[in-house]
Design a protein around this ligand. Structure first.
Ligand SMILES: Nc1ncnc2c1ncn2[C@@H]1O[C@H](COP(=O)(O)OP(=O)(O)O)[C@@H](O)[C@H]1O
Ligand SMILES: Cc1ncc(COP(=O)(O)OP(=O)(O)O)c(N)n1
Length: 279
């Protein structure tokens, strides 16, 4: 297992830690969403902050209910942290509705910090986390704010119409996604068959193929959230995009290898694997 780097922590000399913000939904089961993001940020050495967009009743079997917050509550949370504490990178996840997508995109457009957009559409169990009517706002408002956009295969098909079944399709999907304005596209191949989990990162000029052994572990709840939150954390720590994504891939690969059963269904990845691996 490749051990990803940790962001250096302040040494109690009065300096502030690296600060990362997640704008996402709450997963009551603790494996995905806000909870996954904050655990990832802590594991990698950063101070995590949250803007909650929606609350889900969720466990290892699926999503039993979802309630979005008013746009005003999302704006207020964002201003509270951005105007006082300061944000060095942002990750967006579940945004639920077109109104919240537009609200968040407007807030990000004025923020001088890198943005990782995980265009969350449905959960692993097939539960919808984004209204279909919101797809257009994701394309036209949210993707242009992204430093990196990180769709899985279903999400990139919904956003671009490109169905991915091969590495060559990943390249075509990335090109189509870049047409909507993110600086980099990361097309995650987690749902492709094969002995490796292969993701393509490209800005249209450089191509980075990120390959990791596929772990035969059904406890993979939260993989996409964890990867995107780790990328944001490394960007906040000053890494360039290819280095941030490579380190984040190493972190999520270790977390998937250590994923554990909880409840009767799909358990979470282990956000704490790095600490245990190096203590
Ligand atoms: N079984 C697995 N073994 C190793 N890596 C995986 C596995 N499943 C997914 N990944 C990786 O996890 C990350 C998240 O991808 P994916 O699961 O496709 O996202 P999402 O949760 O959005 O569907 C990607 O880097 C992908 O390659
Ligand atoms: C509240 C919330 N946000 C996002 C997701 C999807 O998370 P993801 O990391 O893609 O993991 P899976 O659900 O696919 O396992 C979620 N479930 N809940």
């Amino acid at each position: 297992m490749v051990l990803p780097p940790r962001i250096p922590r302040p040494s109690h000399d009065g300096s502030a830690p690296v600060r990362v913000l997640t704008v996402a939904g709450s997963d009551s089961g603790g494996g995905a969403g806000i909870q996954a993001d904050l655990k990832t940020m802590l594991a990698l050495g950063a101070h995590g902050m949250s803007v909650i967009t929606a609350v889900t009743a969720q466990n290892s079997l699926g999503v039993q209910g979802a309630w979005e917050l008013p746009a005003e509550a999302v704006r207020a949370q964002f201003r509270s942290v951005a105007d006082d504490i300061g944000v060095q990178a942002v990750k967006t996840g579940m945004l639920a509705t077109a109104e919240l997508v537009e609200t968040v995109a407007a807030l990000l457009a004025d923020l001088p910090a890198p943005v990782v957009v995980d265009p969350v559409g449905v959960s692993k169990h097939g539960d919808p986390l984004l209204a279909t009517e919101a797809l257009d706002a994701v394309r036209t408002k949210l993707l242009p704010t992204a430093t990196v956009a990180t769709p899985n295969l279903d999400e990139v098909a919904q956003l671009t119409g490109v169905r991915v079944e091969s590495e060559n399709d990943q390249r075509r999907a990335a090109g189509a996604l870049l047409g909507h304005g993110p600086r980099w596209a990361l097309i995650k191949g987690g749902h492709l068959p094969g002995g490796e989990a292969v993701d393509l990162l490209t800005d249209g000029t450089e191509e980075h193929w990120l390959r990791a052994p596929r772990h035969d572990n059904r406890h993979t709840h939260g993989t996409g959230c964890t990867l995107a939150a780790a990328i944001a954390t490394y960007l906040a720590g000053g890494y360039e995009v290819p280095q941030a994504v490579t380190a984040a891939k190493d972190y999520v690969t270790g977390a998937i290898a250590a994923g554990f059963p909880l409840g009767a269904g799909i358990g979470p990845v282990d956000h704490g694997w790095l600490r245990e691996g190096t203590d």
